[in-house]
Design a protein around this ligand. Sequence first.
Ligand code: NAD
Length: 353
Amino acid sequence: MKVLVTGGAGFIGSAVVRRAISDRGYSVVNVDVLTYAANLANLASVDQDERYSFEQVDIRDGEALEQVFRRHDPDAVMHLAAESHVDRSIEGPLAFVDTNIMGTATLLQAARAHYDSLRTERKEAFRFHHISTDEVYGALGPTGFFTETTRYAPNSPYASSKASSDMLVRAWGKTYKLPVVISNCSNNYGPFQFPEKLIPVVILKALAGETIPVYGDGSNVRDWLYVDDHAEALLTILERGRLGEIYNVGGDAEVSNLDLVKQICKIIDQELDRKTPSEDLIKFVTDRPGHDFRYAIDADKIKSELGWTPSVTVEQGIAETVRWYLENRDWWQAIQARGHQQERIGLTKGTGA
Ligand code: NAD
């Protein structure tokens, strides 16, 4: 099987590419324009493999996409390319509208033209798998879970751009009969995550002995999923998910931001044998505007229908992740050398695009 993966140089996309090649033996075409969030070093373990190829293409460029489809003739698409950071979407929402909505529509058109050109038996096997987020459902109070039928109520520009892209995928399935499947996942963490998201920011701040910012009072709750467990879920959905369906993916691992930060600090103190607790570096800072209080996923459908289940607990996954950042300093120091210093953004002051 040959899979066209968009956003394969990003955090989750690279985990999917590595697993698709090493575990499944698939051929992969990685379509990625290489924004600030991309890192080809994430693919070092597979980039010499003859089953891997790379196309530096923007998903908003329909002509270039059509050429890629013609050149590689894929059997499936896994669409992960996106602007993905909520704080950036608050700072500059239009880039999110552009990439996540227009980019998805452009990709859908190219995939549709490719699908229409296939012979019947290849048509039957073809899949367009759209990878989305649980943030489309908005915020939960202290109880309850998101299911696949929860009403969409996105609150941030990021979440609303992803919600729009989900709707486009649905429409291309209904109107043009493109065989689509959608998955909505909770917060991911693990190796190779760009140091602007909570977990790598906390790890790097703690390692540097710098103030660790916690938004608001730290009581916001997220469900955390280890990135390799997400990659496995995504390949499982591609292979066995029912067409036209939505699958929620989560880690059954709800933790408040403050507890998570404290957990990371403890692991760092143990690993580095620190006498002064890293927790002392925590500082509560102005909350994120429109900060959703709680996300929690009911992942029963993917578990019961497809037999997927997370392989690690959040405690194991976090410990593994902290050790990875300790052992792979070259990876994040190269990013810092490019000027990314985990600075705070997204306080609604800017009107930038
Ligand atoms: P990421 O920011 O690490 O990577 C995104 C990748 O997309 C980058 O390699 C970037 O270069 C590429 N890209 C961006 N714009 C592009 C364009 N116009 N054309 C081609 N490539 C482009 O993101 P991530 O955290 O790996 O998330 C991947 C997907 O999973 C996204 O669609 C995101 O919405 C979704 N998701 C993420 C999480 C999470 O916790 N990170 C949770 C649920 C869903």
